[in-house]
Design a protein around this ligand. Structure first.
Ligand code: IYR
Length: 222
């Protein structure tokens, strides 16, 4: 097997520039919120393409890129997804989730109703591919959940940085997405993300992020 290497395109920056950017990113990312109230205002398909391709630049096990992003704006498919998701969520909220779980969700104000699945102009469903199929044979993928999780993180971050809103929605179980979207058997639904503009005056829960000392354990030599 031939190995090919190319020069890493690295843009040199001063320590000062890097520190300014890191501080700006910290502020920008701290403003990201999971939004549950979307405007119906359209988002151009090209924007979605760019955001997905930015996400698909994520690192992955053995560079297998084990993901498919389904981008849905078709109202009839969104309706089917909403109906199927609400059916599962109704059962979740009325018995399948523990009291502890419901208690943890209470401050977030979530319930089984998911209007956003029809209102947001786009639904992005990320599928993970536990294996690929080449010439009728199965090819292994590695660290699939980690890889797709990283790509999803890239996507959420890019949506926010582009000025749109999203939500990591995990209807459970979500195999209905495989069926509605007609995905092949090597793909499993991973996350469902509505993407769009937040509704004017959208409210989000008043939650705090953990402090530096709760999040970071430093190991610094003398
Ligand atoms: N999937 C459900 C429940 C839910 C679970 C967690 I963990 C959340 O952080 C939020 C919601 C729903 O979407 O309502």
């Amino acid at each position: 097997m031939s190995k090919q290497f190319i020069l890493y395109e690295y843009k040199k920056q001063t320590a000062q520039e890097i520190s300014d950017k890191a501080a700006k990113l910290r502020t920008l990312m701290s403003k990201r919120r999971s939004v549950r109230h979307f405007s119906e205002k359209e988002v151009h398909k090209d924007v979605i393409t760019d955001l997905i391709m930015a996400a698909a630049s994520a690192p992955s096990g053995a560079n297998k890129q084990p993901w498919t992003f389904c981008a849905i704006s078709d109202p009839s498919i969104k309706k089917q997804i909403r109906e199927a998701a609400e059916k599962e969520e109704y059962i979740n909220y009325n018995g399948r989730m523990s009291e502890e779980w419901l208690g943890d969700l209470h401050p977030l104000g979530t319930d089984w109703q998911k209007e956003f699945l029809e209102l947001a102009p786009w639904l992005i469903v990320i599928f993970k591919k536990s294996y690929d199929i080449h010439d009728h044979s199965q090819k292994k993928n590695y660290y699939v959940s980690e890889s797709v999780g990283i790509a999803a993180g890239f996507f959420i971050s890019c949506v926010h940085q582009a000025g749109l809103a999203t939500l990591t929605h995990t209807p459970s179980p979500m195999n209905f997405l495989t069926k509605i979207l007609g995905r092949p058997e090597n793909e499993k639904p991973f996350l469902l993300l509505p993407v769009g503009y937040p509704e004017e005056g959208a409210l989000v829960p008043d939650i705090a992020r953990k402090k530096e000392e709760e999040v970071i354990s430093w190991y610094i030599g003398k």
